[in-house]
Ligand binder design. Structure first.
Ligand code: ADE
Length: 263
């Protein structure tokens, strides 16, 4: 899978891409990350990429011409083969659709993604209308630019590309079925007076599996009850959750309203 990243600051990507799993995925040819400097597509003497907003106001806006030229040049490159022109062109922006594990899984099915990093106060709206096919936000906070958000998207998508990590690791993890993860322990069995839960050293696979499922349910109920509304729950799951004080909402609520009215 190929990621084309359009940015004014290509140097921001070198650290994260040259360590650990992403580094290995690139070396193994599972993913490729191609950085494109938007400034190289500016045509004036000063290589200007931003300008003051029409109507006044603070900050600068990314000019349409260099960004559009960069996007078009990247789409014309043959990196995506026959599908190059159908690649999603994704703008990272705080007013985009919230990025989720579901979207990461969907994006992992494309042979190529084009990621556009916005800077300054934003991107000229006409480029968004003309060339951007999807807009993503990684959370309700404002970063100095889309670079770190693009890195987050690359990381979350890359680990779902076959061969990057073993598929067992992604099958049972948080969010893939709508529940948070169970707690993990490794040796020593007692650390600073804290023992590992006895069931984990009991050797009873069935009991371990039930304990883990219940821990996932409990964690999700305590920390993210909103997730339970869409989680795939069995009758046994619901019965266990009710022992914790959960009330099956069935009405779009989270089942915790009676306990924490301020949430
Ligand atoms: N650019 C600035 N803030 C952002 C955010 N929260 N998500 C995606 N892109 C951004």
């Amino acid at each position: 899978m190929r990621f084309d990243v359009l940015t004014l600051f290509p140097g921001m990507f070198t650290g994260p891409l040259s360590e650990s799993i992403l580094k290995r995925a690139i070396q193994a040819g599972c993913i490729a990350v191609v950085l494109h400097d938007i400034r190289a597509y500016a045509t004036d003497r000063h290589r200007t990429t931003d300008d003051a907003p029409y109507g006044g106001g603070a900050g600068m806006v990314m000019k349409p011409e260099p960004l559009a030229a960069c996007i078009r040049a990247v789409l014309a490159m043959n990196g995506g083969g026959e599908t190059g022109h159908n690649s999603p062109v994704i703008l990272l922006t705080p007013d985009g659709e919230p990025f989720t594990q579901r979207i990461a899984a969907e994006l992992a099915t494309y042979p190529r993604l084009v990621l556009v990093c916005g800077r300054y106060e934003g991107v000229d709206e006409r480029v968004r209308e003309a060339l951007i096919t999807r807009e993503l936000s990684i959370g309700d906070y404002v970063l100095t630019g889309g670079e770190l958000a693009a890195m987050v998207v690359i990381d979350a998508v890359a680990r779902l590309v076959p061969g990057v990590i073993d598929s067992e690791s992604t099958a049972e993890e948080s969010f893939s079925d709508g529940l948070l993860e169970y707690p993990q322990y490794t040796r020593p069995a007692v650390w600073e007076g804290r023992a590992v839960p006895p069931v984990l050293v009991s050797g009873h696979h069935g009991e371990v599996a039930q304990w883990r499922r219940r821990e996932r349910l409990r964690r999700t109920f305590e920390r993210r009850p909103d997730l339970l509304v869409r989680a795939a729950l069995t009758d046994a799951d619901r019965a266990y959750l009710r022992t914790l004080g959960w009330s099956d909402p069935g009405n779009g609520g989270t089942g915790r309203e009676h306990r924490s009215p301020v949430e």
